[in-house]
Design a protein around this ligand. Structure first.
Ligand SMILES: Cc1cc2nc3c(=O)[nH]c(=O)nc-3n(C[C@H](O)[C@H](O)[C@H](O)COP(=O)(O)OP(=O)(O)OC[C@H]3O[C@@H](n4cnc5c(N)ncnc54)[C@H](O)[C@@H]3O)c2cc1C
Length: 363
């Protein structure tokens, strides 16, 4: 894989909508409308989209509507609309932006269902079961997109590389820190984040050590895992095509208050406004978590990913995505930061760090 600066064609920045208690899937009455929420998926919105949509649509179906409105057309809104159509409903999406202009299009696009999805204390133990249901449903549904034209969903090998033997990274709680989300309104250390991926390790491929004689890289230690990822352009095209072929309507509209939901013609509305729900719905439990990605020219012959010293590169159909997760503060990176302007120097630094990991043995 080439990781040189001349290949860098874009740097995108985005905010993960971390909600302390996990995604909001509650229902409430606004005017004459039943509003079911489906927002606040942190760094896991793509990964949980199908399962979360099933839960939200299930609640909407409880009042037996024939038609519903979905507000928002990021990955959560569009998936929710398609799930509602598959349940036999007529669906209109109302949104300021279609998926290609939404924050969802500025993610990196791997199956990461427990990335900054909730904080242990406010989410409570019951969230684990709900998460597992959503993650398993999503995993199953994504697999139905494997091998379709344009490869909207694919698996690639992803290598973790190191100069020293690889150990799992731990961020134990720091007993000297007495503050927490409860006192500060934002998490103050890594150990506050909920980690749930072990619950689905029976279906999601786990990392295995690569024996020295099979390690294709010049660095001495390697682990390999098969990773599912999404190609944004073709995935969005596939989903939008299904939505419009199923008679879906898209209305470009900006909402300024919850009361406007109650004025829609549809009396059941699913609210999928992502990070914007923080202001629109005055949900102050949503915490911004800034992140950015660099994009290199697609390299179809390099169908793998590499991670080294907290930098990752993954070659996908829609480009080689680069993330620099330094400094090494785990899930805390970007917490509380709502600055959405890209910073190219961070990606340039990431490419410099990654350079030795891209050298193959004997090259
Ligand atoms: C750097 C980075 C990498 C990431 N990588 C991954 C990953 O690999 N895997 C993964 O699963 N997740 C990843 N995520 C997280 C993922 O991007 C989010 O969880 C997801 O995009 C949230 O989607 P959404 O549809 O809820 O919100 P959005 O994409 O923000 O969509 C919101 C929609 O609501 C509309 N809207 C908002 N306000 C209004 C209003 N007032 N009136 C009308 N319409 C409105 C918008 O126009 C838009 O259509 C990443 C995030 C970042 C920042």
């Amino acid at each position: 894989m080439r990781g040189t600066l001349d290949q860098l064609i874009d740097v995108k920045c985005c905010i993960r909508p971390l909600r302390a208690a996990g995604p909001n899937l509650a229902a409430e009455i606004i005017g004459n409308a039943l509003v079911v929420h489906n927002y606040g998926h942190g760094g896991s919105g793509w990964s949980l989209s199908w399962g979360s949509a099933e839960v939200a649509v299930g609640k909407a179906l409880s009042v037996l509507p024939r038609e519903i409105a979905v507000v928002g057309c990021g990955i959560i809104g569009l998936t929710t609309a398609v799930v509602a159509q598959r349940a036999g409903l007529r669906v209109t999406i109302y949104a300021r932006d279609m998926i290609q202009r939404s924050r969802s299009f500025r993610a990196s696009g791997s199956f990461t269902p427990d990335s900054r999805v909730a904080l242990t204390e406010p989410a409570g133990p019951a969230f684990g079961d709900l998460w597992e249901t959503m993650a398993r449903l999503s995993w199953k549904t994504f697999r139905t997109y494997l091998g379709l034209p344009g490869n909207p969903v694919e698996f690639h090998d992803s290598y973790g590389l190191s100069d020293t033997p690889i150990e799992k990274r731990h961020y134990p709680p720091d007993p000297a820190i007495t503050d927490s989300y409860a006192t500060k309104g934002v998490p103050v250390q890594n150990s506050e984040f909920m980690h749930l991926s072990d619950r689905i390790k029976d279906i999601v491929p786990q990392a295995v050590d690569v024996p020295a004689e099979e390690n294709p890289f010049a660095l001495p230690y390697a682990q390999r895992s098969s990773q599912m990822h999404f190609n944004f352009a073709s995935y969005a095209h596939t989903l939008l095509s299904e939505f419009f072929a199923g008679g879906g309507r898209f209305v470009n509209r900006d909402f300024h208050s919850p009361a406007e939901y109650g004025q829609l013609a549809e009396k059941v509305v699913i609210n999928c406004t992502g990070y914007a729900a923080r202001d629109l719905w005055r949900d102050r439990t949503i915490i911004p978590v800034r992140g950015q990605t660099g994009w290199l020219v697609p390299q179809p012959d390099a169908n793998y990913g590499v991670r080294y010293k907290n930098v990752s590169m993954l070659s996908k159909g829609d480009g080689v995505v680069v993330q620099n997760n330094n400094p090494d503060i785990g899930e805390m990176l970007g917490v509380g930061d709502s600055m959405e302007l890209p910073d190219r120097s961070g990606i340039e630094e990431g490419l410099r760090i990654m350079a030795p990991a891209l050298v193959l043995k004997g090259a």
